[in-house]
Design a protein around this ligand. Structure first.
Ligand SMILES: Nc1nc2c(ncn2[C@@H]2O[C@H](COP(=O)(O)OP(=O)(O)O)[C@@H](O)[C@H]2O)c(=O)[nH]1
Ligand SMILES: [Mg+2]
Length: 460
């Protein structure tokens, strides 16, 4: 059934070497600490076997599929205004035109898409791979995604975990093109949520495309729409730099000139932007090396934030434990001492009452302590509580206004953290001495090893 040749997957020795080094750092500097604190590392190691990839995301009917067709110079992907396409398509090079179903894609050993299997059968049944003998695809895979439907209750709109599938594709991608169109300049709930949560930490790969500018009747309309998009993006993306926004259109679909009465803005300037986008997509293989290092650094930084917040939580937990159990021990010792002092002067029944009260008080204190600790553990499921511990852990940096990226990293990490705290109670955190050793190794990776890797690709 599968006619895709193994030779279609071009060997990428340079990336493989770099990827190997990155993998070693993941294994030695990141994984031990991550495992000890139930931190889920991204799934982007060992991706050199996949071709450099451009991922197309955005509103439905914003022109993703049309742009892919434009790149390929043929009508490959279905296009249209109705949100009919609800699956992902991987477009890759093949000696013959061919289409492969999701199950085969996910289980094929050479294609390296096994991790998609985790998204479940509903996702797999909506996944396709198309192979085409197009030159552009010799170097790059393109991934078309379903449009994002704006719905209040998003859980009912899809049968699979849409955000997670986007995340997995985005982690593997080398360039992510996020399409908006003039109708909805970044106002749909799903679009904003996809940007803020799902793509957190991957902003360096992101390019924003405001498409279909040929639809604007006047420059004022264009400016208004562009302004709205920037405003919404600035709310959604909290990193220092907002990704570059490309404004463009597809000449073959432009409405201009269809009728003399149709008033449109001049379009020639927007042709340059389209050429720039195409150039950037073609640069995906060059971006690959950079992304391998950037992803590693991003994971290391996120893990170090996770570790520090865990440290804070662990220390509050231990202090609470010490306070209550210390009080119980204190009561027990005080009762014993008092009874010993008064042994001669009290009769048996008085001693019995004293002993009983001491024990009861001790047990009540232990019970209160346990209740308090349980309340604390339960509070870790609430994001507001986690926000507080984050602020406490990074009090100095936040007050000094250093590390502007901290809050953005935290925002992306928070969900993961509350999930991992469900698995790992603070009582089970590794000992401080172990944590410090692992954290030291991670800090060395962030400060020395990863910059060294970056210099190596810089010099290459
Ligand atoms: N006027 C105009 N229409 C476009 C442009 N790009 C795409 N379209 C139209 O927009 C509709 C949706 O495009 P499609 O590629 O299917 O969007 P997708 O849902 O993001 O894949 C189609 O009818 C296209 O013809 C453009 O640059 N200008
Ligand atoms: Mg489409």
């Amino acid at each position: 059934m599968l006619r895709l040749e193994v030779s279609d997957i071009s060997p990428m020795t340079d990336y493989k070497q770099l990827d190997q080094k990155a993998k070693e750092l993941y294994e030695t500097a990141l994984k031990p600490l991550a495992a000890s604190l139930a931190f889920e590392l991204p799934h982007n190691t060992g991706r050199a076997v996949r071709r450099p990839t451009a991922l197309f995301l955005g509103n439905h009917s914003s022109g993703k599929s049309s742009f892919i067709n434009h790149l390929l110079g043929a009508d490959i992907q279905k296009t249209g205004l109705a949100p009919t396409d609800d699956g992902f398509t991987i477009i890759t090079h093949g000696n013959n035109s061919d289409s492969i179903d999701g199950q085969t894609v996910a289980s094929h050993p050479e294609l390296a898409f096994h991790d998609l299997d985790r998204l479940g059968p509903a996702f797999i049944s909506r996944l396709r791979l198309r192979a085409l003998p197009t030159d552009l695809l010799q170097e790059i895979n393109l991934i078309d995604s379903p449009g994002m439907i704006d719905a209040v209750d998003r859980s009912n709109t899809r049968e699979y975990d849409f955000d997670r599938s986007i995340r997995i594709f985005a982690e593997h991608a080398d360039i992510i093109l996020f399409f908006f169109d003039p109708d909805k300049p970044g106002t749909t709930a799903e679009t904003i949520s996809a940007l803020t949560n799902t793509l957190a930490g991957l902003e360096h790969k992101l390019m924003i495309v405001m498409n279909k500018v040929d639809l604007f009747a006047t420059m004022r309309d264009f400016a208004r729409s562009y302004g709205t998009l920037c405003w919404n993006l600035s709310k959604a993306i909290t990193t220092k730099d907002i990704p570059h926004i490309f404004t463009t259109y597809l000449p073959e679909l432009a409405t201009q000139g269809e009728s003399e009465s149709l008033k449109r803005i001049p379009l020639s300037d927007f042709d340059n932007a389209r050429n720039e986008i195409v150039t950037e997509i073609k640069r995906a293989p060059t971006r690959r090396a950079d992304n391998i290092v950037s992803d590693l650094l991003q994971s290391a930084r996120t893990l170090s934030v996770h570790a520090r917040v865990c440290d804070r939580i662990g220390s509050i937990y231990r202090k609470t434990q010490l306070r209550w159990y210390g009080a119980a021990t204190g009561i027990a010792v005080a009762t014993a001492l008092a009874l010993w002092q008064l042994w001669e002067r009290l009769d048996r029944s008085q001693l019995g009452i004293g002993f009983g009260s001491g024990i009861a008080l001790c047990l009540i204190t232990v019970a209160l302590g346990r209740h308090h600790l349980k309340q604390f553990r339960d509070s870790l499921g609430r994001t507001e509580a986690l926000d507080t511990y984050f602020e406490q852990a990074f009090q100095d940096e936040i007050t000094l206004g250093e590390r502007l990226d901290l809050r953005a990293t935290w925002k992306g990490l928070r969900g993961n953290m509350s999930r991992s705290l469900k698995v790992l109670s603070p009582a089970k955190f590794p000992l401080k001495i172990t944590r410090n050793r692992l954290l030291k190794r991670l800090t060395k990776a962030i400060e020395k090893d990863i910059p060294k890797l970056r210099r190596q690709i810089g010099g290459a």
